[in-house]
Design a protein around this ligand. Structure first.
Ligand SMILES: Nc1ncnc2c1ncn2[C@@H]1O[C@H](COP(=O)(O)OP(=O)(O)OP(=O)(O)O)[C@@H](O)[C@H]1O
Ligand SMILES: [Mg+2]
Length: 218
């Protein structure tokens, strides 16, 4: 049995990672290729807890009122969720010959936790250390978008605010994603201009996946 491909979709909040993970899974299945869509935080026990932290449902009590956990706690929880996600969901599917598409992966940990941890090299180095065993994807698609467009999309989508929903942070994250290959040398990273219609972006996503599969594309 040939192993499935491991593909990751990344970008700032509102870039369209969830939208394009879903479309890619549907397109692969429409071509008769077995595909499994997943996400980080994962739907496992630690990922489920992390989602409660992101929405403010789970907080640290303090004398000045409840607050989110520190960036170090967040980094460790994300790293623990990732190990569990890889072991319990990603690798078993890949071994079954199923292509796995993940809405976010360890790039988000390095982007969000090292930025909220001050953005220095020390923070980035440590976040990478605790994720050192994360299996490398075969292809990472980064959806590039100006932070203002992403903010507008989040607003229109109308979901509640999350702890990383902050204009300045999102601008720093957008910059990180633009230069992401400097942070992950050796990874197969492709940027896609996500400031276009969903159909145009989806067509580019599919073209890159076909290229990865060794199909002839223009
Ligand atoms: N290319 C696009 N053009 C216009 N709207 C888009 C495009 N891609 C996604 N959207 C819309 O923008 C909103 C945000 O998309 P989506 O939820 O996929 O973003 P996301 O990156 O997953 O965000 P988050 O990280 O916050 O989960 C959705 O309402 C979606 O329909
Ligand atoms: Mg999403």
């Amino acid at each position: 049995m040939i192993e499935g491909l491991f593909i990751v979709v990344e970008g700032v909040d509102g870039a369209g990672t969830t939208t394009h993970t879903k479309i890619l899974i549907d397109s692969l299945r429409a071509r008769g290729l077995p595909a499994h869509g997943t996400r980080e935080p994962s739907d496992g026990p630690i990922g489920t807890m992390l989602r409660q932290v992101l929405t403010g449902r789970l907080v640290v009590p303090g004398i000045r009122g409840p607050r989110p956990p520190s960036w170090t706690t967040m980094a460790l929880l994300f790293a623990a969720d990732r190990v569990d996600h890889v072991e319990a969901e990603i690798v078993p599917n890949l071994l079954d010959g199923v292509t796995v598409v993940s809405d976010r992966y360890d790039y988000s940990s390095v982007a969000y936790q090292s930025t909220t941890g001050g953005g220095g090299e020390d923070a980035e180095h440590w976040v990478k250390e605790i994720n050192a065993h994360a299996r490398r994807p075969d292809l990472t698609l980064v959806l590039d978008i100006p932070p203002r467009v992403a903010a507008q999309r989040r607003l229109e989508r109308g979901r509640g605010r999350e702890i990383y929903d902050d204009e300045e942070l999102q601008e720093q994250l957008a910059e990180f994603y633009l230069g992401i290959e400097k942070h992950f040398p050796g990874d197969n990273i492709v940027h896609i201009d996500a400031n276009r219609s969903i159909d145009e972006v989806a067509a580019d996503v599919m073209r890159e996946v076909r290229r990865l599969r060794g199909e002839k594309v223009d």
